[in-house]
Design a protein around this ligand. Structure first.
Ligand SMILES: C[S@@+](CC[C@H](N)C(=O)[O-])C[C@H]1O[C@@H](n2cnc3c(N)ncnc32)[C@H](O)[C@@H]1O
Length: 275
């Protein structure tokens, strides 16, 4: 699930320079993403848009758009002509273009955005900062393409506090193998860190917030099956286990979760700063 990094000399004319290609693979179909993470990111999108003070009349960039959960919310508020989006994943760019006709969707990484200075009123990144190879550079680029006094905002699941949507999965995985690398060490996934990265990127009047979503799962199988689709670090972890260990992990998750149907409440750290 890892990409080989090439030298910086090879970056010419590359839509996503090799040094900014994510180490975590999102080279998966949009439907797999929707079933795995989109079920949480879709209800999170209006929370982030509210937190970022997005309102009619603005022109807004969605960075790391994936198949377009936040893009869809921005289009609802602003119309397609006022929204642009980027993602390094080819399959997600294709899906976002198909789902949101009229939106300018480009294949690019946050660390090198294909837009001029001050092109937007706001730039948002939902569940992306922790996957950037250089989060401060990515946030700095988001600030560069946002007008003076415009808003840069982002959110990352509270993986470190065990309040993200994958908390039960990672707890079970660590119980079975204490050396498991979960997502708790990633950028922005612990209290205060996202705001710190915003300040390091030069944003001012930085405020931190907490966003929360509740998603109902009708059955354990509906919750578990998307983990087998290879999406993100959790999907890569399952794919790296043999059948017996996958079954052990699945059954430990079943024990840890409430009886179905259950509502999973997930919390994300958010930060907002001005250019
Ligand atoms: C968890 S998904 C979030 C997608 C979407 N924003 C959502 O809320 O559903 C993370 C996304 O970040 C993208 N990504 C990873 N590294 C990135 C980078 N350096 N710049 C921009 N996007 C990146 C991935 O391709 C993936 O689409």
């Amino acid at each position: 699930m890892r990409y080989e990094r090439r030298s910086i000399d090879e970056e010419d004319n590359c839509p996503v320079p090799p040094r900014y290609i994510p180490l975590v693979s999102f080279a998966v179909g949009a439907d797999a993403y929707d079933r795995f993470m989109g079920r949480y990111s879709a209800p999170l999108a209006p929370e982030l848009a509210d937190f970022a003070l997005i309102a009619a009349g603005q022109r807004v960039l969605d960075v790391g758009c994936g198949p377009g959960a936040l893009t869809a919310e921005l289009v609802r508020r602003l119309g397609p002509d006022a929204v642009a989006a980027v993602d390094p994943s080819e399959s997600f760019v294709a899906a976002a273009r198909q789902r949101q006709p009229g939106v300018n969707v480009q294949r690019a990484a946050a660390e090198r955005l294909p837009f001029g200075d001050r092109a937007f009123d706001a730039a948002l990144a939902q569940l992306v900062v922790h996957f950037m190879t250089d989060p401060v550079a990515g946030l700095g680029e988001m600030a560069r393409v946002t007008r003076a006094h415009g808003v840069v905002a982002a959110c990352v699941w509270d993986h470190a506090g065990g309040q993200g949507p994958l908390a039960v999965f990672w707890k079970a995985a660590r119980e079975l193998d204490p050396d498991t690398a979960d997502e708790s060490e990633l950028a922005g996934a612990r209290e205060g860190h996202l705001a710190q990265l915003f300040r390091e990127a030069g944003l001012r009047d930085v405020e931190e917030g907490v966003l929360s979503v509740g998603v109902e799962h009708p059955s354990f199988e509906e919750w578990w099956e998307p983990f087998t689709l290879g999406v993100g670090p959790a999907g890569a972890h399952v794919a790296g286990l043999d059948t017996k260990r996958q079954a052990q992990l699945r059954e430990r998750c079943r024990e840890l979760l409430p009886a179905a149907p259950f509502v999973l409440t997930a919390r994300a750290w958010a930060a907002r700063g001005l250019v």
